[in-house]
Each structure stands twice: as C-alpha cells, then as structure tokens.
Design a protein around this ligand. Structure first.
Ligand code: ZN
Length: 308
C-alpha cells in the first residue's frame, strides 16, 4: 500500500454525461476551481465527442483550456478516436483516455467498431503522438472498459483482458487502466486482473482503476486495488450520474466517501474533506433536481475526525 493516493475526479465527465440536465459552462468552471482549491489534483473534465452525441459535454474544449490554467492540476479527458485525441492535445489536455471495450458486442453497439478497428485507431493515435514534441504530448491511456463483465455479453474472459493489455502496451500506449463500466466487479476478480496485467506488462503500465458502485462493491474493490499498490482511483463528487440500472446506487464511487475511507486509514489524498463537502453543496445548487449520493455527506464527519 502506498502512503498517498491520487483521486481522479470524473464527475464532470462520467457524472455529467449520465444526467439529462446540462450544467452551465460557468458552473463547471466554478466546480473545477473549488475542487482544485480543496486539494484535488486530477480531474477528467470532459469528452471530445461530437456535441450531438453528448450535448452535456459540448463545451469540453473550453473547459479543458480553463482547467489547464490551474497550476499542478492534471487535466484528463476522454477521446474515442484519433480526431478526439487531436482536439484534446490542441486544447492542452495532459492525459487522454481512449475507452476500448473488452466486449466486442459492446464496442460495436457504442463505437460501431470491431476490436480490430479500435486497435487500428489506437495505433494511429500512438503514431500521431510520436510526431509531437515531448512538451506537447499528452499521456495516452487506454481504458479496458467492461473488463469485469458486460451487460450485453455477460462474463468477459479474463484471459482476453490480459491479452489485450499486453497487445496495447506492445502498440506503445503509455498505460492501460481497468474499468468496471458495468459494476459487475468483485475484489478477487480485481486482484486477478491487476496482478495478471502487472505480470505481463509491468506495474508501471497499470496504475489506475475506474470503478462503479452499481452493486455497492465500489469501495470494497477500491480497497483491494490500493492494497495491491494501485495509486490512482477514479471517483465522482456526489456519485453524480447515478446508475440507470440500479436506482438508488451511485454510478462511480462517491469522492467524499472515498476521501473519508483513505484519509481515515492514514492514506493521504491531499483533499480537504470539509472543503470537498462545501464543493458538493455548490454543485448541488447548480444542478437542482439531480440526485446526489454518498454516506459521508449525509452522516457528517465523525467527532474528532483527523485527516492523514
Ligand atoms: Zn464510468
């Protein structure tokens, strides 16, 4: 276990893309500034997809440029293809994640692409990045989405996930990440996948996981991940976005609860929990009608709570 963990806030992307309301650009900037001030040092701020597909994230370019003005903040974005990656780089994103569904059925349904076509696109992304001067190169991560199971195909063979991880690292991606897109995962499975990828690719090629809380297993999986030595965890403020399949369940892990878990265990996140709870109130006011999740906000900080 490492003494400090990087929390990557994904509420502005994974959260906002899963609600019907569109948050005003000014409110997104206020959110980013406030959570940065609370100590958050990585945020996934949007997705470079056509605005007609995700109108909630249509201002991703502007938001990316704004976030990049905050010193020391790693500005992460999603890009489904080379075109999105180029836009991300041009707008100053530090980290770009391309989702690659381990389920081919899911890949066809979501990106209209076979595995072979996605791999070809990833190869083109790596080639494009290689043409850039180092200072302008974004860190390029491919997320192994639906790695823990798929709502269309059911179980996803672990051997397939490990083989793709190895192939992607061979293609030259900087890192792969494991994504429990569907909230099917359990800690034993996470352990097998993480250690399997580390054995094949080296621990430096997988440092982060993206977990969902669809069946309430998000924090259990997160705890396993950090005990193994994973150093970056994705989570969403207020669990925004919820889960369409499981009413009452947050989509991603709730950032406030994750900070509480880690800090009370003595693991530093750099995030001031009281300040984070105040950010939650701001976001709540900016999104009236959107349900926020989380136990720590509901119960309050325990008497005598001490950060790590
Ligand atoms: Zn997600």
């Amino acid at each position: 276990m490492t003494a400090s963990i990087l929390i990557s806030e994904v509420g502005l992307r994974d959260g906002l893309q899963n609600i019907s309301e569109t948050m005003a650009t000014a409110d997104k900037k206020t959110w980013i500034a406030a959570q940065y001030a609370a100590g958050c040092r990585e945020m996934e701020v949007g997705s470079f997809v056509p605005a007609r597909l995700l109108p909630q994230l249509a201002d991703t370019a502007e938001i990316t440029r704004y976030a990049a003005t905050l010193p020391g903040l790693c500005v992460a974005v999603l890009a489904p293809n080379l075109r999105g990656l180029r836009d991300a780089v041009e707008n100053g994103a530090h980290k770009v994640t391309l989702p690659f569904s381990m389920s081919e059925t899911h890949s066809l349904r979501n990106l209209n692409r076979t595995h072979a076509q996605v791999l070809e696109e990833i190869g083109a992304c790596v080639s494009y990045l290689a043409t850039l001067p180092k200072a302008r190169r974004s860190m390029f991560e491919v997320s192994l989405s639906t790695a823990f199971g798929c709502t269309l195909e059911g179980p996803v063979a672990e051997a397939r996930v490990l083989a793709f991880a190895e192939q992607l690292v061979g293609l030259g991606v900087d890192e792969v990440s494991l994504s429990d897109t569907t909230g099917y995962g359990n800690p034993a499975q996470l352990k097998r996948l993480v250690t399997g990828i580390w054995e094949r690719c080296g621990p430096e090629k997988l440092t982060g996981v993206h977990l969902h809380n669809t069946r309430g297993q998000g924090l259990a999986n997160a705890l396993m991940a950090i005990e193994l030595g994973i150093t970056t965890l994705d989570s969403s403020l207020g669990g925004i976005g919820g889960c369409p399949f499981a009413p009452g369940a947050s989509g991603n892990i709730v950032t406030e609860d994750l900070v509480f878990l880690l800090e009370s265990m003595g693991l530093r996140t750099g995030i001031d929990l009281a300040a984070l709870l105040a950010v939650r109130e701001q976001v709540k006011a900016a999104l009236p009608g959107v349900e926020l999740f989380g136990f720590t906000a509901a119960a309050g900080l325990p008497l005598g709570y001490q950060a790590a």
